[in-house]
Design a protein. Structure first.
Length: 317
């Protein structure tokens, strides 16, 4: 955790104390009893730690405490800090999100905290293996997430439009990041990707504060538009990548430095389209084809062409 995040949490806790509101630790012996245990404090809690089992009934309570009712309407709330590290998610309980979403064992299930605008910090349960689709989508004030070492996958749009999220420290057990998982996270500046990732999906589109990212040596495939419209200044692609789709860095307006591996055979369609800050690029001798619009709209002033180049697509420059 970085110093800036620690300061933010400290500041929140200080505000909590000054306002004479509540910082509460609840020990649950049975899932579905959170509301009963909190009692009259439910509406004034700012920082909440939960130990023990929780299910859909408890999640419904948490969603209301974080500013979102069952039908998706915004409501007033005070809860800002949620520590679930010692909690355990169980299957069962009430539907927590209209019309049918329920909890699954050891999963942050679909839409669990969708649009919970009050949430600023969350520590996830220590045994969670999956974050499902749209679990935190549109949590616009969420700044930091503590991920457990057991986490293996993050689903589609899981953190889409979390516009205050600043950094990602993903565990080494991670194997997949879903389609649009972190798209439009405009404040995201630092991402630590684990070595187990094998594919880069369209997960960081429009992350315009993201200046650099290290692609793990285990990545074998980069999907269409993976970093489109991001704020990348530099990028290095490892030789492990075997498959490149189109539009990977399209409209990365600030991209200035690119390092391509010596085994790349094609500059795919629109790969650097609209990268108007890109003035120079060394194209490896391994490249055989430069596809359509690969360098259209760039600021290229010079570049070398490989001796083995066999085809150049329309308007590649």
């Amino acid at each position: 955790m970085r110093k800036g995040i620690v300061f933010i949490i400290f500041l929140l806790l200080s505000v909590t104390m000054r306002a004479a509101l509540q910082s509460v630790h609840v020990q649950l012996l049975r899932a579905g009893t959170l509301a009963e245990q909190l009692g009259v404090y439910k509406d004034s809690v700012v920082a909440l730690k939960i130990s023990g089992p929780i299910n859909g009934t408890d999640v419904l309570v948490l969603r209301k405490m974080l500013g979102m009712d069952f039908e998706g309407h915004l409501i007033d709330c005070n809860l800002r800090i949620l520590d679930l590290e010692d909690a355990r998610i169980e299957e069962g309980g009430d539907v927590y999100f209209y019309p049918y979403t329920k909890t699954e064992k050891d999963v942050i299930s679909a839409n669990m905290f969708y649009w919970c605008y009050g949430l600023m910090y969350i520590a996830l349960p220590s045994n969670v293996v999956k974050i499902d689709d749209s679990a935190f989508s549109s949590c616009m004030n969420l700044m930091y997430v503590k991920f457990p070492e057991t986490l293996q996958s993050i689903g589609m749009s899981a953190f889409h439009s979390c516009t205050s999220l600043q950094e990602l420290e993903l565990p080494q057990a991670m194997r997949s990041i879903g389609f649009r998982a972190f798209n439009h996270c405009n404040s995201l500046k630092h991402v630590n990707l684990p070595d187990g990732i094998t594919e880069m999906d369209i997960a960081f589109m429009s992350c315009d504060s993201l200046k650099t990212i290290e692609i793990p040596m285990t990545v074998k495939r980069i999907e269409d538009g993976a970093f489109q419209l991001s704020g990348l200044r530099s990028i290095s692609i490892p030789p492990s990548v075997q498959t490149y789709q189109d539009n990977i860095f399209s409209s990365c307006y600030y991209l200035q430095e690119v390092h391509l591996p010596d085994n790349i055979t094609a500059i795919t369609g629109n790969m650097f389209y609209g990268c108007d800050s890109l003035k120079h690029i060394d194209i490896p001798q391994s490249v055989l084809t430069i596809e359509h619009h690969a360098f259209s709209g760039t600021g290229l002033e010079e570049s070398n062409l490989p001796d083995r180049l066999t085809s150049i697509g329309n308007l590649s420059q």
